[in-house]
Write a protein that binds this ligand. Sequence first.
Ligand code: TMP
Ligand code: ZN
Length: 405
Amino acid sequence: MACLICSAPIPPFMSFGRMPIANGFLTREQFATEYFFDLQVGFCESCGMVQLTERVDRERLFNETYPFFTSTSSRMVKHFTEFADEIRTRHLTSSDPLVVEIGSNDGTLLSSFAKAGQRHLGIEPSSNVAEEARRRGVQTLCAFFDESLAKRIASEHGPADVLVGANVMCHIPDLHAVAKGARVLLKPEGVLVFEDPYLGEIVQKVSYDQIYDEHVFYFSLGSLSRLFEQYDLEVYDVRPLEEHGGSMRYYVGRKGRHAVSSAVEDLRAHERALGLHRRDTYETLRTRIERSRDALKDLLVRLRKEGKRIVGYGATSKSTTVTNYCGITPDLVEFVSDTTPIKQGKYTPGVHIPVRPHGEFSARYPDCALLFAWNHAGEIMAKEPQFRAAGGRWIVYVPQVQILS
Ligand code: TMP
Ligand code: ZN
């Protein structure tokens, strides 16, 4: 397998085995035709990029049935409102500025600009979520972003002040096309600002559930800097975020146009200390992932032997890696509670655990809730005090497998 960034060969450091589409919630009738692929991840010793070594066609992932709506989480809505405020005050200082978002989903981020009457354009390939954005008054193009689309946008709308992406850049196999597109579309002082789950956090927390089909890349400052350099672009600022269990926001501009912040040098030092540039770091990660899998499976089996009822909380895309890799089947987890209407009544990918509305969780609390949506732990714990009060216990597996007391 060749590196998507520099074409060097990359042997995978880990295989999770046969894996279904992470967001492929399905009906019983679809079980027989379910699609599987081999989920493997590798580290490129030549350019430092961690990436999937087998990929799923993008049309299979992002289409009219995409089940993820950003606005389902109040925490994410708040996060994107703050992000929009930052963009407005820090980067939209010209008169009549234009902000373009790659992977704009249901328009949660851009709605802020739409409401303020500011020029904006969302690019979203999944038609169902794009339609929802339009209903909310967010101008949206249903397409994949690349250089030719960037040219079209620039000629129709003029150059952009900001190109933004939240949890989308790591989904795009052809990052060269995005870098080229950014150069075509942005004003000379324009900024590409994006955030994604951060490789350093995955390594530190063993949050291997971030590894699934949609996440083609696991970014570090080191690997991104090398990529952007080729296009005379540079990462001039970074900001760690708590979202998605530990993310990083990167600010990229044309080389020399922006002062490089001290946070960039600090993060470089942090990455060196973590060993993100070394192959053995990922060999160690594999061992830690295997231990985490064994501990979780053992715990669930023990609890079931004791007669405990276990229910999953949050039918997240990342839980597909956990359930399939660990072999968590409906005999261990009775159902998964989720508030997203289009997931309810369906089954989780691969292991086929039923997805039920939240009401079934609260109507008859289980003994234990396996927190698949661990990245939303704060929000969830705050709204579920009664589960605990009724004697219920939360099970988490990041940063380690444990029953919270
Ligand atoms: P995410 O981790 O990719 O944001 O997905 C969160 C999933 O968890 C989504 O399907 C909605 C679900 N969810 C709940 O069911 N209840 C909740 O309180 C939260 C925050 C999320
Ligand atoms: Zn490479």
